[in-house]
Design a protein around this ligand. Structure first.
Ligand code: NAI
Length: 357
């Protein structure tokens, strides 16, 4: 008898511990829409909409499922009354103009049909303008443009959160959170990295910046009196703090042995190549601020101002809370002889258990 092959959709869903995944095929654009609701234990599942060309729709579903689970952890540890979700629009090619608008309107109808179980926002390849279009069909959307009734870019808040995180890490590693005299390397000076660089410079840090777009690094360096290093050298520069604010996967088997920093704390998502890299960092005596803890400022900004109706002072208090959460995470890691990443996972599990209880 021939062995039956398992459908990759079925396989992906069977091995997932989330609540539901809603699928729609948009024939007009040939787009697969996946809305992945990982957890609503602490509140509506919140997370962005990623638009991307995938080799296979099953890859898109797997991406959505994984990212939705990560949002559950991020929102829980940020202390937000939100669960975790993510949507993926797997497009055959990036749509523009009227085609894009039509796709986003139909996607907005799908989000609305979920009745608030899932709340969306921007993510890779979706912008504030796109969320304005989605908002024509659903109320369950954050991250619209200011003109469209939204709270504007979340990047400055993400930078503030990372700044508080860096201070908490300094306090833990050196007994003082003073930045004066501390050398910080910021890898990637885009929306978040440049805002963070300004905060660090203001606080008196000795700043080193780097970007694959050399002009970007030069401009911010001139503004702040920072040093510039070529992108390929940034990770190996001796420093107190390395702040990855560019892309994911920068901390891996190859790069970790070359690091010459005491602390890694940055905005980039998915900084570890694989979970074992958290242990590799710990073995080298490098204090790692788990990415989803330290980069929660963006979702805090959106949720606080747009969903919870809070003012900026309350949002700022939540951003400061990132530093407190990290401090707790480092303390527990030390007390329990585990990595900060493992401590963060335990904290997430406790918050979810309390939510269920
Ligand atoms: P961005 O696209 O504005 O900036 C990224 C910068 O990194 C660009 O200037 C790019 O040229 C540079 N870059 C790319 N690869 C590089 C490399 N190998 N070496 C040095 N520079 C490199 O993105 P944004 O919004 O500043 O986000 C930065 C990171 O933070 C991303 O990983 C993003 O997923 C993450 N993040 C952003 C949030 C936000 O609110 N914008 C929230 C949470 C996470």
């Amino acid at each position: 008898m021939m062995a039956r092959t398992v459908d990759p959709f079925v396989e992906a869903l069977r091995s997932w511990d989330g609540e539901e995944a809603v699928v729609r095929f948009d024939a007009g654009t040939g787009t697969w829409m996946f809305v992945c609701v990982h957890s609503t234990v602490l509140g509506p599942a919140a997370g962005g909409t990623r638009m991307k060309v995938y080799a296979d729709p099953a890859d898109a579903l797997r991406d959505g499922l994984r990212l939705a689970a990560a949002m559950t952890s991020k929102n829980a540890i940020a202390g937000l009354p939100l669960g975790g979700g993510k949507a993926v629009l797997a497009v055959p090619e990036t749509p523009t103009g009227e085609r894009r608008r039509e796709l986003l309107l139909r996607y907005g109808e799908l989000v609305e049909a979920l009745g608030g179980t899932y709340v969306t926002a921007c993510d890779m390849n979706t912008s504030e303008r796109d969320m304005d279009v989605v908002a024509e069909r659903t109320r369950h959307v954050m991250g619209r443009s200011v003109e469209g009734g939204g709270s504007g870019s979340s990047a400055p808040s993400t930078a503030v959160g990372v700044f508080h995180g860096i201070r908490a890490a300094l306090r833990h590693a050196f007994g003082s959170d003073a930045l004066a005299g501390r050398r910080v390397v910021v890898q990637g000076v885009g929306a978040v990295g440049s805002a963070l660089a300004r905060l660090l410079a203001e606080a008196g840090a000795e700043l080193v910046v780097s970007d694959v777009v050399p002009d970007r690094a030069q401009t911010i360096a001139r503004e702040l009196g920072a040093a510039v290093v070529p992108a390929e050298e940034a990770l190996a520069i001796p420093c107190d703090v390395l702040s990855p604010c560019a892309t994911g996967g920068v901390l891996n088997r190859e790069t970790i042995p070359r690091l010459r920093c005491r602390i890694v704390a940055g905005a980039a998502n998915n900084q570890l190549g694989e979970p074992a890299d958290a242990e590799r960092l710990a073995e080298r005596g490098i204090l790692y601020a788990p990415d989803y803890v330290v980069n929660a400022g963006g979702i805090i900004h959106l949720a606080s101002l747009e969903l919870l109706g809070e003012d900026e002072a309350t949002r700022d208090g939540r951003l400061r809370g990132i530093g407190d959460t990290l401090a707790e995470c480092f303390r527990r890691a030390e007390a329990e002889g585990i990595s900060p990443g493992a401590a963060a996972e335990r904290m997430v599990a406790e918050r979810l258990a309390a939510g269920r209880g």
